[in-house]
Design a protein around this ligand. Structure first.
Ligand SMILES: [Zn+2]
Ligand SMILES: [Zn+2]
Length: 358
């Protein structure tokens, strides 16, 4: 079958091959025909080595499709069922799951070290235990989450990562209060979802911060009250908060430099919500005096910072009610053969989300 493969970490292009095979089907597993997958920034970060990932691998973790086969012992899933792919399945029995923090369940990561594809040359891994830039994928049954019939595959795919991450950061983690001031640094698909979340929560001012003009324009359409380039953030802080800083600042880039900027633009006692996925050797520096004296709350948010299935259901309900716009998040569409074009659209910031139709 066709798949897009990264041969070595550090390469910036994928090779679309037609000799890949999804392996590992058996008890507790399902085989899925992928129909749509979004290109998420984490895919690019895994390719460049910012996020740990063995190679060769098939990127893609934000996908949706139909179940082709159901392994023995799997309950609640049937052949032909439409599902979205959850790259962080909950085991249901670990301490994190019992507390309702399924976003912190580590069971899914145990699969990430096992290759779930092969080619004539050898084993191929799937990113984050999934790997959706392919026609078929074999995953744990817990990774297949049924979706209602009215949710198209492309919308479901986005809910599988970017939308859940951004919305959840604003709603579950930061718990943005009505009437508050918010800045969102980094306005790709996740940042825009954080903006929509902050708008839903009733934020009075939402400042979108991004160096790319088309993203700033998009942010305004999704609910930002103003949009500025990074070098104009200090001015916005002065005008909007009288220099005090924002009640909430979302860091949606995943770099210590932007996290530091976010910290400095958060008011004393305010909340810095870290959403971006960064590197293990990129250290954020804070001095012990400011940490104590300014009492800023630093709240990291992983995959929406709450129960993952609940976050999906909420995103679907909000989308169905017309309270969030997910269609307009998909600014570009390509077939699998156009995957390198999609990577370029991501790197230049031209796309909020590119949907790969498979
Ligand atoms: Zn993602
Ligand atoms: Zn668990």
């Amino acid at each position: 079958m066709r798949a897009a493969v990264l041969h070595e970490i550090g390469q910036d292009k994928l090779e679309v091959v037609d000799d890949a095979e999804a392996v590992g089907f058996g008890p507790g597993k399902v085989r899925i025909r992928v129909r749509a997958t979004g290109l998420c920034h984490s895919d690019v970060s895994a390719m460049s080595g910012v996020l740990p990932q063995p190679a060769p691998f098939i990127p893609g973790h934000e996908g949706a499709g139909e179940i082709l086969d159901v392994g023995d012992g799997v309950t609640g899933l049937t052949q032909g069922q439409r599902v979205l792919l959850c790259w962080l399945p909950a085991c249901g029995s670990c301490p994190a799951c019992k507390r309702g923090q399924t976003q912190l369940c580590l069971a899914g990561f145990m699969n990430a070290g096992t290759p779930n594809f092969k080619r004539p040359g050898g084993d191929v891994f799937g990113f984050a235990g999934t790997g959706t830039f392919t026609e078929e994928v074999v995953v744990d049954a817990g990774c297949a989450v049924p979706i209602p019939d009215d949710v198209p595959f492309d919308i479901a795919a986005l809910i599988g990562c970017g939308v859940t991450t951004g919305l959840g950061a604003a709603i579950n983690t930061a718990k943005v209060e009505a009437g508050s001031s918010v800045a969102v640094i980094g306005c790709g698909g996740v940042g825009i979802s954080a903006i929509q979340g902050a708008r839903l929560q009733g934020a009075a001012q939402i400042v979108a911060v991004d160096p790319v003009e088309s993203r700033r324009e998009a942010a305004l359409r999704f609910g930002a009250t103003e949009a500025v380039a990074p070098d104009a953030l200090a001015d916005a802080k002065q005008r909007i908060t009288a220099g005090e800083g924002f009640d909430y600042v979302f860091e949606v880039v995943g770099k210590s430099a932007t996290a530091r900027t976010a910290y400095e633009n958060t008011r004393r006692g305010g909340t810095l919500c870290v959403v971006g996925a960064g590197a293990m050797d990129d250290n954020l520096q804070l001095n012990m005096f400011e940490l104590f004296f300014d009492e800023k709350r630093i709240l990291p948010s992983m995959y929406g910072g709450g129960d993952v299935l609940r976050s999906y259901e909420r995103a679907i309900a909000l989308w169905r009610a017309g309270r969030i716009d997910l269609e307009s998040l998909i600014t570009h569409r390509v077939p699998l053969a156009g995957i390198n074009e999609a990577l370029e659209q991501m790197r230049t910031g031209a796309a909020l989300r590119t949907c790969v139709e498979i």
